[in-house]
Ligand binder design. Structure first.
Ligand SMILES: Cc1cc2nc3c(=O)[nH]c(=O)nc-3n(C[C@H](O)[C@H](O)[C@H](O)COP(=O)(O)O)c2cc1C
Length: 393
């Protein structure tokens, strides 16, 4: 047994737009790979029921596409009335286990899978996607308006289903991040060029979602500090983007990093399980491409505890709304430090995949840190039978 300081601020409650969380620990969106046919399955509900019962204040149902054309996988949710009852069962199960439920809403943009969506992917500007071997179509103003409405409808449906919060995905090289990033946005109209233009569509999404869900509903925005490649977003612009999201009506920010279609392990750090990723793929060409070029396409970034803290601090100090910290949190000592220095909450990904009871075990003093070793084989598992920790095999 280890000793947890009594009345640790990590386990104090926290109020976000009227939503009271029992503690400062939130499960980060981690694609579960448990939504075959785009439906809410019992496995998906059970996965989050266990994470909720394991002690987090709020769990996040990971990436759900706001429309059918925003999907990267066939076993991924997309928001539509048909899944309302499944989503409602999801939120009831999480609430019964004592936690709040958030849902991450986004769109893959140029790295959507053409074979899954049955059309050419949409993007900020024409761009070849090495992971999909596809070339996207530049979005028109009508497309931008349609996707903005899709975010609004998705958030409205989420609220109807009993979610306590939505998390808009504006990072990791997803569609909104593709507009923000100079690496993917080469537009010549008022959505391209200077930062105020590149952030116009993402900010409008936040503004319109805020108008639709009302003033008292938590909207988290996950955004990038850096994209991780030459010509991508850097921290100085990210600080201004954070302020723009604040002005547009975001309740809280979660500054992450990386670009799924270019620097996929930048947001994770640690080992690259390329062999396991190849084994988990169904698509022949994707399997072939990954096995031939995987070691080049998937770069290596060494893991360090709290690997995003410097940039997160700079963003936190330039906005008035709460900022949550994500990226390499593994121990109670780190969590205490983060809360003490002014982060409102911490988000945990891999430690809760490793052990859904992680937070309860920290609180009881049974353990002081996660034994997740960043092997990242959980990333391969989400494309096979659903996300799981390989250390449990
Ligand atoms: C298996 C897996 C799936 C992930 N899927 C998502 C996702 O759907 N959306 C997202 O924003 N981040 C996703 N992430 C990134 C996490 O949310 C988080 O930013 C990252 O894992 C760093 O936090 P950690 O060190 O606590 O794991 C995923 C991470 C893992 C390990």
């Amino acid at each position: 047994m280890t000793t947890v300081p009594k009345h640790s601020p990590v386990f104090s409650s926290f109020v976000l737009e009227g939503l009271e969380l029992r503690n400062r620990v939130v499960r980060a969106g981690c694609f579960e790979g448990m939504s075959q046919g785009g439906m809410v399955t019992e496995d998906l509900i059970e996965h989050h029921r266990q994470v909720a019962a394991g002690g987090v204040g709020m769990t996040t149902l990971s990436y759900c596409s706001v429309s059918e054309d925003g999907r990267a996988f066939s076993h991924e949710l997309w928001m539509r009335p048909k899944i309302l009852s499944g989503l409602s069962r999801f939120t009831s199960a999480v609430h019964d286990a004592g936690a709040a439920a958030s849902i991450q809403l986004g769109h893959c943009g140029f790295f959507a899978s053409p074979s899954v969506i049955g059309m050419r992917p949409l993007g900020a500007s024409p761009k070849f996607c090495l992971f999909r071997l596809s070339y996207c179509r530049e979005m028109t103003e009508d497309d931008i308006e349609e996707k903005t409405n899709d975010f609004v409808h998705a958030a409205t449906l989420a609220r109807q289903a009993g979610f306590d919060a939505v998390e808009i995905h504006a990072g990791h090289g997803y569609l909104l991040s593709q507009f923000i990033s100079p690496w993917t946005n080469r537009r010549k109209d008022h959505y391209g060029g200077p930062l105020e233009n590149r952030v116009r569509f993402p900010a409008e999404v936040v503004r319109r979602v805020r108008a639709a869900v009302g003033a008292d509903y938590p909207i988290l925005v996950k955004m990038n500090q850096r994209d991780g490649m030459r010509g991508g977003l850097e921290l100085d612009e990210a600080v201004q983007i954070a302020q723009t999201f604040e002005a547009a009506g975001a309740s809280a920010l979660v500054p992450s990093c990386g670009f799924t279609a270019s620097t996929p392990f930048y947001m994770l750090r640690g080992r690259r399980p390329v062999k396991e990723m190849v084994q988990a793929q169904n698509g022949f060409f994707y399997k072939l491409g990954l096995s031939l070029f995987g070691w080049i396409m998937v770069q290596r970034y060494p893991f360090e505890p709290l690997f995003l803290v410097e940039g997160a601090r700079q963003i936190r100090d330039k906005v008035r709304i709460p900022v949550g910290y994500v990226g390499g949190v593994r121990s109670i000592t780190e969590m205490e430090r983060l809360i003490a220095e002014g982060f409102a909450f911490v988000q945990l990904g891999r430690p809760t995949i490793r052990d859904p009871k992680f937070v309860n075990r920290l609180e009881s003093g049974e353990i002081a840190a996660s034994d997740c070793d960043q092997c990242n084989r959980c990333v391969a598992s989400m494309s096979a039978d659903g996300v799981t920790c390989a250390l449990n095999d």
